[in-house]
Design a protein around this ligand. Sequence first.
Ligand code: IMP
Ligand code: MG
Length: 421
Amino acid sequence: MPATVIVGAQWGDEGKGKIVDLLAQDSDLVCRYQGGPNAGHTIVVGEETYKIRAVPSGIIRGKPSAIGAGCVIDPAVLFAELDDLEARGHRTAGLVFVSGNAHLIMPWHVALDGARERKLGNLQIGTTRRGIGPAYADKATRIGIRVQDVLDPKILRAKIELAIAEKNVWLERVYGLEPFDPAEVVATYEGYAVRLRPYVADTSLLVDRALREGKRVLFEGAQGTLLDLDHGTYPFVTSSSPIAAGAAVSFGIGPNRIDEVLGVSKAYVTRVGEGPFPSEIEGPAQERVRELGGEFGTVTGRERRCGWLDLVALRYAVRLNGMTSLALTKLDVLSTFAELPVCVRYRLPDGSETEEFPAHQSDFHHCRPVFETLQGWEEELEGPALPEAALGYVRFVGGALGVPVTLVGTGQARDAVLALS
Ligand code: IMP
Ligand code: MG
């Protein structure tokens, strides 16, 4: 697996951090390709819990870790994370590489994200309010500020003044908020420059060289397939490209350099924020899954909505990502259920049924899940082999998707992962 992408196959929070942590052991470089501090990858190492938001999870294994051009960076969050890692004994200097082309989250992005959500009221997207959408929007409008801009005080000042002139009008007139003082923002970001400078690197060249030398490169996605800006459940999506192809775009390598795509899915589904969710559990079982799975957001602490496994959505994720294998995480969360519904088809408003993800939003918004009920195993997942019924559940998923399930998560601990052959 010279170049492998690890991609979220659902709406994020699939447990990618843990899988990256596992595969990072045999990797030479770990690359985060999109998103920003909206992500929160949780890794449990013995008594220590790491909640990583900006730096690729590979850093916990002491692996060189790169942040690609497709990411957005909130310097304050990044530095706090680097400080925390250093304080816990993880070296970051010379190991963390940040693309000069990555965009910075500015204070007005955070202010605008929150203000827009408040204004949308019950039409809100339910964002993490970390400034993600506004930062990517400015990147696309070409008034964004990039990592490399902070390295040149003249460029930095000019870009901040240009952006702020426009943002302050929005903040004051549209949302009735306080304007930002350009001089203050310039001073803050000039301060960041000192810390950022040693980490800035040409991450495209870095990856290209690593691959030419036959090194193993792991690309780590954040969020998930159904939150993809182009192919997800728009507008209830994030503003970047979590799908596997996003790795090539972000790191500036050809798509033919990617060898393997490992999708990560929970044994059930969760979703944070608003938007349609066909297999969402009705009744008290939802609460039960949430409690058993600890389904509360890493970044925002919000309750995650919980659903039964949705094979229609997963089949879509197989297609969009070119998935070559699947990791099924948190299987242990289902251990106390006698019966496990799995969504195998959607029933569309016209009464027809389909195994394929609807291309039209109205079909998706109004479809109903068709469940097949599998037998539970009702025992804990301990030891090197899965109980018969648990294996049956895993095989059912792999068979329905036509993708081998190669890893199964059986508990919180770092080593609670079974490799299946
Ligand atoms: P944003 O990425 O903060 O703009 O939020 C857009 C949508 O993506 C919202 O529904 C968020 O709940 C969701 N989202 C963003 N990041 C994550 C994540 O790491 N896990 C799960 N959902 C996320
Ligand atoms: Mg998360």
